[in-house]
Design a protein. Structure first.
Length: 492
């Protein structure tokens, strides 16, 4: 299958935090790929900004390193790489002062009629200063858009303050709050699966669905980000954004169209219908864990506290939550959510577990009849599996087997799976906000999370330890098993 590439309108993108981890690992490689596919117009420019004193040549060298390190060798075409690097320029700027803004203005010269994008890939405490600086230095044109990376605050109050600061300079229609999970192919496929097929929607409710599981498991630890991570923890780092967005896409009503506000209105309704969890109820419906030394990816790994160098930290590296949505469609259907670092494998998936059949006509010799399950695998090995009961082939009696109707996207489509950032950055150029979070969504997610964090803060117990390389604390297994259900590991 051939992907269709439509060149976008001319634009300039300015990356604050241009020498940082996100720019090097994700943004520069993503823009290179889009250029390689012919999607960037000849005029498009990429400006790196950070406090570091670098020349444009040094920034281009950093861009080259980033492409060589993060793009597959087969996708590196030397001539095209040089062409891409020629788009890069650099401005050293300290957002807290008035130093360096002229250099940025110079880098943007001649581009006032184009789409202009400011990507804030810095620590969030700089967002306010950066947007104020952009306004003060008259860098905001009518076609300017701003991309804001997570974390958007650490609780509802700080998220509101950040949103207010950004909102002073940009209207909501120009603010793109990124959640890179929404740019993942399979996440968008969730919408295709639900709303481009007649098969599932009639069954997509409490009458036919027993429960839903959403797992985002990582085998890696905190990878040199312990400083940031210790201020966040799994709840803020993964659940407040990625997992709650997945929950919204599974649970929302069909929007009338893919138009940004239609989709976001429906997601917001889900967030507002979440059963509040506070105090004792929050402690009963959640489990916090912290990894201890163990084995991961075949080698011995230290525990979180050793990695952090602070034996007193109570930051959770694992969280499991039993969430409920109080509306007609979902009343009584638990959504079990879990995410953690240093788990047994890297797997992100959504399992929609249907109710069992009401009556078996087959008798005991046929074996157990398992309920149907739809497993949407986000990564790795993206695909969809629909688990069905069939007759075990062969002569003899009627024996039944549970087997998946299995669609692996890699096998079904012979195309490279683009990184989420490729899709999302280009959506900003096109002015499409569908896959970005609106202010009210972010704040509604915090409004649900805050009381849980309060309950944890007030609890006497620290997070429960789990050995690195396992599926988290045994209490997380008990959380679901006391409801007579079990986590499906790796889609099985
Ligand atoms: C980020 C988190 O948002 O998502 C990281 O801050 C996490 O801690 C990452 O590792 C996971 O993203 P992905 O795309 O690798 O699943």
């Amino acid at each position: 299958m051939v992907t269709r590439v439509i060149t976008v309108t001319p634009f300039d993108i300015v990356v604050f935090g241009g020498t940082g981890d996100l720019a090097r690992r994700k943004l520069i490689p993503a823009l290179y790929h889009r250029d390689l596919d012919g999607q960037l117009p000849a005029e498009a420019r990429i400006v790196g900004v950070s406090r570091r004193e670098l020349s444009t040549d040094e920034f281009r060298a950093l861009g080259r390193e980033s492409v060589l390190a993060h793009v597959k060798p087969a996708d590196i075409e030397p001539g095209r790489l040089e062409g891409f690097l020629a788009r890069l320029s650099y401005a050293a700027l300290d957002a807290a002062t008035d130093i360096g803004w002229e250099a940025l203005a110079k880098a943007l010269e001649g581009g006032s009629g184009r789409v202009r994008i400011f990507y804030l890939a810095t620590a969030p405490d700089l967002f306010g200063e950066i947007v104020a600086g952009l306004a003060r230095h008259r860098l905001v044109t009518p076609k300017t858009r701003v991309i804001v990376e997570k974390p958007i605050g650490t609780d509802l109050a700080s998220a509101r303050a950040l949103n207010d600061a950004i909102g002073k300079v940009f209207p909501e229609t120009s603010i793109y709050r990124i959640d890179h999970y929404l740019g993942k192919e399979t996440v968008q496929n969730l919408m295709a699966l639900r709303f481009a097929n007649a098969l599932f929607e009639p069954l997509w409710n409490a009458a036919h669905i027993d429960h839903v599981q959403i797992t985002v498991a990582e085998s890696l630890g905190v990878e040199g980000r312990a400083g940031y991570y210790d201020t966040a923890g799994a709840m803020r780092d993964m659940v407040q954004n990625h997992i709650m967005q997945l929950l919204c896409l599974v649970a929302m009503e069909p929007p009338p169209s893919m138009d940004a506000d239609s989709v976001r209105d429906e997601k917001l309704k889900v967030l507002k219908a979440l059963k509040p969890l506070a105090e004792g109820a929050a402690l009963a419906a959640t489990v916090r864990g912290q990894y201890r030394a163990g084995a991961s990816s075949g080698g011995a790994v230290p525990g979180y506290l050793e990695e952090l160098g602070d034996p007193g930290s109570r930051t959770e590296t694992f969280v499991a939550v039993k969430a409920e949505i109080e509306n007609w469609r979902w009343a009584g259907v638990p959504f079990y959510l879990r995410s953690g670092k240093r788990l047994a494998s890297r797997v992100s998936e959504i399992v929609v577990a249907f109710r069992p059949i009401p009556h078996s006509i087959f008798g005991a010799a046929a074996g157990a009849i398992d309920a149907n399950r739809l497993v949407i695998r986000l990564q790795p090995d993206e695909g969809v599996k629909l688990w069905l009961m069939i007759k075990d082939p062969g002569p003899g009696g009627m024996r039944l087997a549970h087997v998946p109707l299995d669609m692996s996207f890699a096998t079904a489509f012979d195309v490279r799976n683009p990184d989420a950032y490729e899709r999302l950055v280009l959506d900003v150029v096109r002015g499409n906000q569908t896959l970005f979070m609106r202010r009210d969504e972010v704040e509604a997610a915090w409004a649900w999370i805050d009381p849980i964090l309060d309950a944890w803060r007030n609890a006497a117990d620290p997070p429960r330890g789990y050995t690195a390389g396992t599926w988290g604390p045994s209490a997380a297994i008990a959380l679901i098993e006391r409801d007579g259900r079990t986590w499906y590991e790796d889609g099985e």
